[in-house]
Write a protein that binds this ligand. Sequence first.
Ligand code: ADP
Ligand code: MG
Length: 690
Amino acid sequence: MRDKTKLGALTPLSSLKGVGPKLYDRLSAFGLTTVEDVLFHFPLRYQDRTRVTPISSLKEGLDAVVHGEVRLASVVPGRRPSLVVKVADTSGLLTLRFFHFRRAQVNQFKPGTPIALFGQARPGRQGGEMIHPEYRLGDGQGFLENALTPIYPTAEGLGQGLWRKLTDQALQILTNNPPADLLAPVQASSQNLSDAIRYLHRPPPDAPVDQIREWQHPAQQRLSLEELIAHHLSLQALRDKERALNAPLIESNPRLCNDFLSTLPFKPTQAQQRVIGEIMGDLSQQTPMLRLVQGDVGSGKTLVAAMSAVAAIASGYQVAMMAPTELLAEQHLRNFRGWLEPLGVKVAWLSGKVRGQARANTIDTIANGTAQLVVGTHALFQEGVIFNNLSLVIIDEQHRFGVHQRLALTEKASSAGYPHQLVLTATPIPRTLSMVAYADLDNSVIDELPPGRTPVKTSLVDSDRRQDVIRRVGLACREGRQAYWVCTLIEESDNLNAQAAEATAELLASELPDVNIGLIHGRLSSQEKEEVMIRFANGEVSLLVATTVIEVGVDVPNASLMIIENPERLGLAQLHQLRGRVGRGSTESFCVLLYQQPLSAIGRERLSVLRESNDGFFIAEEDLRLRGAGELLGTRQTGAATFRVAQLPEHEFLLDEVQEIAGKLLDQHPEVCDALIDRWTGERQAFARV
Ligand code: ADP
Ligand code: MG
């Protein structure tokens, strides 16, 4: 018989009303199997539909209900026609914009018709506007609710209504069967756990909206504290587990290192030398290294990786180098071949696109140890790839990989032991975040750029002035400079992005017939990509139209001009990455952020950060401040778990307490630690932020 107090929380979801086998399977695929899992599936945010906001009091970026009357509706022609509707209340005038609409819809907006709206206002060309608001015609009363509306993180096909039903039932069960307060053994919580859970799912009608929006409500803080403790404990556990393993001993080999360095056209910077020293110190231990190397774009992380690889190979072991994209992996391959093959090192290549006999051959050389260095994408760590004596795994651009992907490495341990891990990231991680999200890694920072770099000059240009920009690019190319033209789309779709880049390349080709234009995007084969990159690298192509595939690590020092379209759609860290593709040589470099009007105040502030600063660490802090942790950790791309309640930097002030309580729990109540980790981190997949 189960412990009575846990009965309700641990009841399987299949016993809830409306959860049939199909739905149960879907939910459990996301890691939700019990009532407790639903209780801890918290709203991401809330909509305030509790009151009507006068048009004149609308605040940028905040959801609001508006009641008014249609004044005017018209279709604005253009490349992409839009439906514009003017709505008035007694306080002012608001513009609605619809980019997707049917003709029949236009006629519904008859002047004088009462209209209720729900949406987010932003500043437009003529006063405030809402893009695609929810609306109801003939009804000046709609959309009002008496409490904040919770919006749950979700996945396709699981609507908000479903989450409401599930949480309704779970909250009912909670009343008689509260989940255990796991912090109780070391800390008397100021907030009762069940009350806090209930509050977040169903804020009462009088809830302090602003406080909740700013994540400062005591209920949010109570749960955030617990969540941060759980994350801290899970990283600690991971680290302890890894540290208990045996790793191959790699001796530093000064002669070989010097041989290698003497082949380079430059000397390592002080910072590179220091970090190499830190790595060598780790490698000569018999516990596995777990080290994160942070260095701004262009700081020379590749060299640091190569030195580590040389040391491991000299000790008779294999090294794997993994990059998040084919393009970047291919570039590493070229670099490492150029650097290491002259020293007699055998370098192999493995990506998802290596198939058939070629794959079989490569896998053989990895298994029998002929391949000393294997460069590739995550295909390196798929089943069937068996290393002979892997000693060191180098992972470039960590923010693209989740902890779980990193853990897949443990399976590649051989008789040589568990491999050392070196993780490189060009997206500096703000200290707050690294304490929470990377607490399992030691840190090295390359805080110096190689000499002779001139900072990139960045400007913000309205896309109305596209023609000027094209002219400027043409002039630069004719003077022998090289440029990137980066196309971005919101959709994370290779196809659409590729189409956008193709269209832009065509346009630029017709405007600049005398300029050699290349095109690169994710739909090209790796061979095609490599060909284009080589032609760009050797100057045959002067203007490279690209998608964000070039974001990470691409290195063509002669390129000194970059145009980024729709920069407002990207995060600052990502923009900084992109911009890092220029300014790598000694010529003065420029980056033009070709933004689309209207730009919100926050949007402008964000882009200005980039204009003012070339310092990746500063930019990352600002990105965190303006966007929040989930986005920064790149959870969208990786699907890695993100926080459910905790917010950074808003809850930074909890971190000391987090460490203190976690320490006490580990010492005095280790049995609670597992329960906490399970409750908050589990095997849960990320849900989309909506
Ligand atoms: P990132 O840290 O962004 O990965 P890379 O490793 O690609 O940077 O290095 C950027 C460029 O700087 C490369 O062309 C590399 O060869 C060069 N580089 C690296 N270290 C030095 C150094 N110590 N002095 C001069 N150039 C260097
Ligand atoms: Mg790099």
